[in-house]
Design a protein. Structure first.
Length: 147
């Protein structure tokens, strides 16, 4: 069986509306760059307000966009009456997050009816070149959407 290559417009609209409702993403300046079946990209421009004391993007912020990318990737595989919440993740920081912008890429490893597993990475982009700064393995619980 071939994986889906197009996303149901209703599911994409649900993902985009959910992302737009996240004040945390607005606060840091992140945007939803790409939504595909089982895969999401979130972009974040480098900025002083997301930096830690040594001048690179704070690990909490990197984890935040990567958790959201994995969660929304899982969200694309859910029925319209369901959402996901993170129940566990493991993140490895590979190098300081220094670049012009950061791209978090989440993709579903295993969709499920009650639990989904996703993995992802954040790359720092400078002059078009990418360097991976973090990787994540995440577990999401599937929950009914509020009425």
């Amino acid at each position: 069986m071939q994986p889906e290559t197009t996303l149901d417009p209703a599911i994409e609209a649900k993902v985009r509306a959910s992302f737009a409702a996240q004040s945390a993403m607005r606060t840091i300046g992140a945007r939803l760059a790409s939504v595909r079946p089982g895969a999401v990209e979130i972009e974040l421009p480098a900025a002083d307000h997301i930096n830690q004391q040594q001048g690179f993007a704070h690990g909490g912020v990197i984890g935040m966009i990567l958790d959201s990318a994995c969660g929304y990737a899982s969200f694309t595989t859910m029925p319209l009456d369901c959402e996901v919440v993170s129940i566990e993740y493991k993140i490895n920081f590979l190098r300081p997050a220094v670049g012009e912008r950061f791209v978090a890429r989440g993709r579903v490893t295993r969709p499920g009816r009650t639990v989904a597993v996703a993995q992802g990475e954040v790359v720092a982009v400078t002059n078009g070149a990418e360097q991976t700064v973090a990787v994540m393995l995440a577990t999401m619980a599937v929950v009914k959407a509020p009425a």
